[in-house]
Ligand binder design. Structure first.
Ligand code: URA
Length: 185
């Protein structure tokens, strides 16, 4: 098994898919490795690609608002993506890219052992919960896998595009806050 530092070194020199030729910086997950809550989104956006950090652009501001609404601090949780490199033009990740990148998320999950995983958006939910996952219908519902509770909510970028979904997004974060309490966390 690798350490966090070794995983990050692998991510930083990764050439497992063609995105390594277009990325500016790979974006490893960030946050508390000993936290209980892991958020998994899709792939770094343009600003994240420049900064090498997750959720520093406009979607990050929306995420901060959702977290603040339930008094969860970024530094107490871990935030990562299915893909560690930015797909040009923010297109959906290709199957081949997801396959190539999944081992990193598996290592992150193995090392952190989160009690709750929240998928931000369809791409993460379909990859981690169910290939047929429908965010609009299923957001905010829970499944338990080997003692880890998993749910999904709208991607913060979707809330930027359609602010009428913000109330639903905030309600999902209240459910996450309740689940943390239920688990005594
Ligand atoms: N969108 C994502 O899916 N991930 C990020 O890190 C930033 C924006």
């Amino acid at each position: 098994m690798y350490t966090w530092e070794e995983i990050e070194e692998h991510v930083n020199s990764c050439a497992a898919c063609p995105l390594c030729r277009t990325r500016k910086h790979p974006v490893m997950g960030r946050g508390d490795h000993k936290g209980k809550l892991m958020l998994v989104a899709e792939a770094p956006g343009g600003q994240e690609d420049l900064a090498g950090l997750p959720f520093v652009g406009p979607a990050g501001k929306v995420l901060d608002e959702l977290l603040a609404s339930v008094e969860i601090r970024r530094e107490d949780i871990y935030i990562t993506n299915i893909l560690k490199c930015h797909p040009p033009g923010n297109r959906d990740p290709l199957e081949q890219e997801k396959e190539a990148c999944m081992p990193y998320l598996k290592y992150e999950t193995y090392l952190m052992k989160p009690r709750i995983i929240v998928c931000l958006g369809r791409v993460a939910a379909q990859r981690l919960i169910d290939p047929g996952y429908r965010i609009t219908r299923q957001h905010g519902t829970w499944v338990e896998r080997k003692g880890c509770f998993m749910t999904a909510t709208y991607h913060p970028s979707a809330l930027l595009r359609d602010p009428s979904k913000m109330e639903d997004g905030k309600r999902d974060f209240q459910r996450i806050r309740e689940k943390l309490r239920e688990l005594g966390l």
